[in-house]
Every structure is written in structure tokens, then in C-alpha cells.
Design a protein around this ligand. Sequence first.
Ligand SMILES: [Zn+2]
Length: 325
Amino acid sequence: MNNINQEIKDPLCWKSFQTYYKARFPYLKKLTKRTDFCDLCCRLKQTLNDKKTLPENKLIAQNELENHTIEYSEARKAYSDHRKITAKENGWVVLSLDYAENITLPHLIDQPASFFFKTLKKVDLFGIADENNNSQLNFLIDEGFRIKKGPNSVISMLDYYLRTLIKKGSSLILYCDNCGGQNKNQYLIGYLAYMVKVEKYLNGAELYFMIVGHTKFGPDGNFGTLKRKLRDENVYSITDLIGETGIVQASAKNNFDITYKDPFTGEKKFEWKNWKGFIGEHFKPCTGIRTWHAIKIPPQTFHIQVSPSVTSPFSDYKIMDSEIP
Ligand SMILES: [Zn+2]
């Protein structure tokens, strides 16, 4: 194919087609797969591209898409800026947390068809990522020891992480997705207020909720490397996953693991605590929490500061009425 303008009669191989395509249509770009693309983005783009949409409705969709794009771009920029905070020496630590899909055991490379009809053993997988050095602690909770995914489970694992791996007196920036049941609730906010204002384990805390549908962050990448490694391995029990020779640590040098109980010795590694009961008793409910996307918790006063977005002004919200004895 010497001349790109010459008429093509014979079928082309894929490589020649690509050469032809690039030379003939240099201004066209192949649509790349985007994963950070939510239902709202999708619906609004469809409305805009639909020839049957009335001009006035197009204008409404255009404005809505612009506002949405600004909102998630600003949130994404704040997240990227926070990830660049490498100065742990000045006391900041940036974490993000999330649940992944369960791991089912046994997990075999060649999964027998009969597995489809059997109930496999479930292992919950929860990760807390240090966004500054990209390391992640993966909590592997065997079916027999797991509790319902919710404030008690999330806060118990976060509490273990903070007290074990984070120096007292640090300031915390925490990222979560917008899941109301697990993260976006009065209990996680109350817990952080407790750690800052009552226990004074943390010098201050900031909590950010990712925008719905645009929640790609640290834990996703680390779960991804783990799941890719899992695809090529036979796993018969949780013992194949953990420890220095286990699959979690073999998946990436920055993936670490912890189980609720050591499967060899039976030793309990951390506790499930009733944080919901404790926080519910001492801290006020967070009225209006649905609209909060950024929360700052200073050590002084009974207040926290809340804002509908990372760039909007913050307003005070009273989270506790009196000192906790
Ligand atoms: Zn979107």
C-alpha cells in the first residue's frame, strides 16, 4: 500500500488498516475505554448526542454536565494534591479505604463447573491504602469471623490501623467512597471527632467523600493487582493468601495482609467493637450529611466544619454537646 489515496480493493491486514487509517484520518481518535465515567455522565452525553433532543433540553443537559464535570474535576484535583503530600515528617498522613468484592474459596485456575452449584466459603476483603507511599493493608476476614459490613466493621479496622501504624499526634486525611451504610454516616465522622477531640490520638482530621461514579482511588489499584495475581493461582484456604509467601504479598511489594485470627495459632489480631453504640451515645447525629463532601475536624471546640464540595466554604456543625468523661 504505497499510496494512501489509491482505491483499496483487496482486504487489508489489521496492521495495514491501522497505518492507512492513521495516514488518511489523522484528526480522528479512537475512543479509549474510560472507567471513571458515571451513569449521570453517560445519560447526559446520550441526551446531548441524540438528534431528537429539543434545543432547550440540550441546553439544560449541557449545563448539568458542565457543573458535574467541574464538581468531579475539583474533587479529583484535591485528591491528587493530597496524594502528593509526602512530608510525613510534618505529621500528615493520607489514607483511603474500601471494601472489595469477596474472595471465594477454594479458588482454582480451572474452576470445575460443579462449583457453580455449590456454596463456596467467603472471605471479606477490606483495604486501607496509604496514598503517599501506595502501600495497602488488606484485611482478610474469614466467613466464620466476619461481622456485617457497616460502621462497626469499618471503624474497627480503621482503629486498628491508626493505633498500630500511625504515630500519635499525626493529622489524618481520609478518603472514602460515598457509600452511606459503610462510610458516609455519623459514626465514622463521630469516631474521627472522638480520636481528635477526646482521645487526642490525632492532631486533626479531614474526611473527603469521592463523587458518586467517580470513585477511582488508591484501594482500587491495589485490589486490581491482587485480583490479577489470584487469576493465575490455586487457592485452597486462607493460609495460601497470607504471610510472606502468600498470594497477597506476592501480588505486589506494597500489598500486605492481616487476618482477624491467625489461622495457625488462633491468635486474635484485632477486635470487632461496637463503635456504633458508643458514638451514637456521645455524638450528635449528622443532620444534612447527604450534602457533605468535605469535613474538617479541628482539635478545639465541639464543632466540626462541613462543606458540600472541596472548593466551597466550610460551615460549623456542632458534633458533641459536652465533654466525654
Ligand atoms: Zn459523572
